[in-house]
Design a protein around this ligand. Structure first.
Ligand code: PAZ
Length: 349
């Protein structure tokens, strides 16, 4: 399958960025968005990039340090993007993604020796902390008690989990294995994905991009946006959104041509999932596409690495027992991704 992918990647056609209906003709067309379209998107998309000034310098330094130490570097994207409807944004469109998959994946990549750049939606689930953020009945504060004798916080003694997570978190931190960058809007996300990807190019085949964020397909260009809060007095809200240029081909072929690229595809209908996942392999030249259905995405994923196959290459599920004990499916996913990445490095040195 790797040789096939190389062949299809070499015969790249350029097609327009128009949103197109699902047809077989579209599936056959390898796709890299024109650079001018990318530039245009960043010009007409709503601005409002909220980042500390040195964010990209920190990325450069982080990658440089880890490449010098011979470490692999992965970018993990996580959570949903927002689509602002007003320039002074009161309202925006959003999606369901909470960052569970991305934040869990960070932990397993770090365990596998990777340095991780975690490009995540602001206020979404965070690695290590996530175990205490999705509690059904308990609250995080239920894990803690105030002890007057020591005038300090005491963790409830039976809580082994908080100890384990704290140890892992501090280990990752002391080894500088985790760099976190947050985004909110679709514009911010794509801008950062491009800039950060270009900065891991120096890692060559030891670089990995793992795109698990749920990214909006539509947005409102700033020229079509009102300045202030949309007023209801004007009657029904009539919205026409533009398609977001598909940048996943540019990611693979222009931004990080030597890295291993894994993307996720979410659908609600299995037959469309299969179609879209194989289409991603073919059109964007990704090495691995992981498909999941909204109804069951925590418990089941499908791995695709062969665009010509009528079936996924493999399927991973959580057993009843694993669901009960809240075991992560991501552990198995990352094992698979890491061994494929190892092969990619061996073949591309
Ligand atoms: O963040 P989360 O754990 O709630 O959801 C993860 C996911 C379903 C967004 C991810 O597995 C995924 O499929 N991302 C790609 C979504 C897309 O097709 O745009």
């Amino acid at each position: 399958p790797m040789a096939d992918r190389k062949r299809s990647a070499s015969g790249i056609l350029r097609t327009s960025s128009q949103h197109t209906p699902i047809t077989d003709a579209v599936a056959a067309a390898p796709y890299i968005v024109e650079e001018e379209v990318v530039k245009e998107f960043f010009t007409v998309a709503p601005s409002g990039l909220v980042q500390p000034e040195d964010t990209l310098d920190r990325v450069t330094q982080f990658v440089h340090d880890h490449v010098a130490r011979g470490n692999r570097v992965v970018i993990i994207t996580s959570g949903g993007t927002t689509v602002p409807l007003e320039k002074n944004t009161v309202r925006f469109l959003d999606n369901f993604s909470g960052g569970g998959r991305g934040s869990a994946s960070v932990e397993y990549f770090i365990e596998s020796g990777y340095a991780v750049i975690f490009l995540h939606r602001k206020n979404s689930l965070q690695p290590y902390q996530r175990h205490f953020m999705l509690l059904k009945d308990d609250q995080f504060l239920d894990y803690l008690q105030w002890d007057d004798n020591i005038n300090s916080i005491k963790v409830q003694s039976d809580n082994q989990k908080i100890k384990t997570m704290l140890q892992r978190y501090h280990k990752a931190k002391s080894e500088h294995k985790l760099l976190k960058i947050s985004f909110s809007t679709i514009h911010e996300y794509l801008y950062l994905l491009k800039e950060v990807s270009e900065r891991i190019r120096v890692a060559k085949s030891a670089g990995l991009v793992y795109v698990a964020a749920a990214v909006s397909d539509f947005y409102l260009p700033s020229a079509k946006m009102v300045e202030h809060k949309i007023q209801s007095i004007k009657g029904p809200l009539d919205l026409t959104l533009d398609p977001v240029p598909k940048m996943l081909g540019a990611l693979k072929h222009h931004w990080v041509p030597r890295a291993f690229v894994v993307s996720f595809k979410l659908e609600t209908d299995y037959s469309i999932l299969h179609y879209k996942a194989t289409q991603s392999l073919e059109r964007y030249g990704h090495h691995l596409v992981i498909g999941n259905l909204l109804q069951n995405y925590r418990n089941e994923v499908f791995l695709y690495d062969d665009a010509k196959s009528s079936e996924p290459t493999s399927r991973m599920t959580r057993s009843e027992e694993e669901m009960k004990s809240n075991a992560d499916l991501e552990k198995e996913i990352i094992d698979q991704v890491v061994s494929r990445h190892t092969l990619h490095i061996e073949l591309n040195q």
